[in-house]
Design a protein around this ligand. Sequence first.
Ligand code: ADP
Ligand code: MG
Length: 321
Amino acid sequence: MALSEFALIERYFRRCGAQRADVRLGVGDDATLLAVPGDAELVAAIDTLVAGVHFPHGSPPASIGHRALAVNLSDLAAMGARPAWALLALTLPEAEENWLEEFTTGFADLARAHNVALVGGDTTRGPLCISVQLLGHVAAGTALTRGGGNAGDVLFVSGTCGDAAAGLAIEQGQLAADRDARAWLRERFLWPTPRVALGERLRGFASACIDVSDGLLADAGRLAQASHAGAELAWAELPLSQPLLEVLGEVRARELAFSGGDDYELCFAVPPQNVARLTAQLPPQEWRYARIGVLRAEPGTVVMRDGSVMEFSHSGYEHFR
Ligand code: ADP
Ligand code: MG
């Protein structure tokens, strides 16, 4: 590497993201020392992005930095937790300064927006791979989990699903779109918005929560299974973005919204007695979430269309008669 490892760490990582008073010792020592609030539980998540697997080779470096943090912010959002500190394990083919400058800018901008400090990490040489560990906290006993739901709870999802999967397909030249839709959908893949504020506000309303990273159908199914329940989702109620509708038409857009990955929205269950309070205190138009179904006693995940069950197959959805 042209830069010494020490110089690289000093230049790019020592002051990256928010500065926080609770970081007693940050980048530069053998380990970081963090002052954890006494009445809170520590919440920790880690996610790895591998070039060519989790993002296309040659993705904009700033987007890679943004996404590496965003996927973890989304995990903490799903727990209802407040993020605070990040560690970054970076494996780089070479210390390319332009790349590092853009990567750390993408990471730092999102970190500052969520008051997250970069407090440590590791830098090694090898095929491009980024691992971010995110730490945060939540008032003891109040975290949202996947497993707290019950049959009868109403299921909601934030934002719109399927956009990022379309954006990735566009990015990879597999899907054509006009200029505006193309720009908007690519942005949904390259610059996902983790729903951190919503996750925190859902404590006290939601019984269970999961972030949608592998497709709504799969992730709603995981929430249901962890809650010892099944999920019944309504084909027609899933909110869709205008660009996705324009590019794919309604049927294909809905299929992708159920099955596509990388959305980083929140799917959450709310006991019926909490729904009126939820929608009064967090108006859905303002907080951008919609009712998509219910948890039910029968296990498994089904999508209902015009009163009958649709089932997933690899070719998409097929109507069951
Ligand atoms: P050690 O040999 O003790 O692991 P390193 O040279 O790996 O030390 O790291 C020196 C310091 O720089 C440590 O505080 C470490 O947390 C920090 N650091 C190294 N790489 C990164 C990185 N990519 N992002 C943030 N901090 C880093
Ligand atoms: Mg090290």
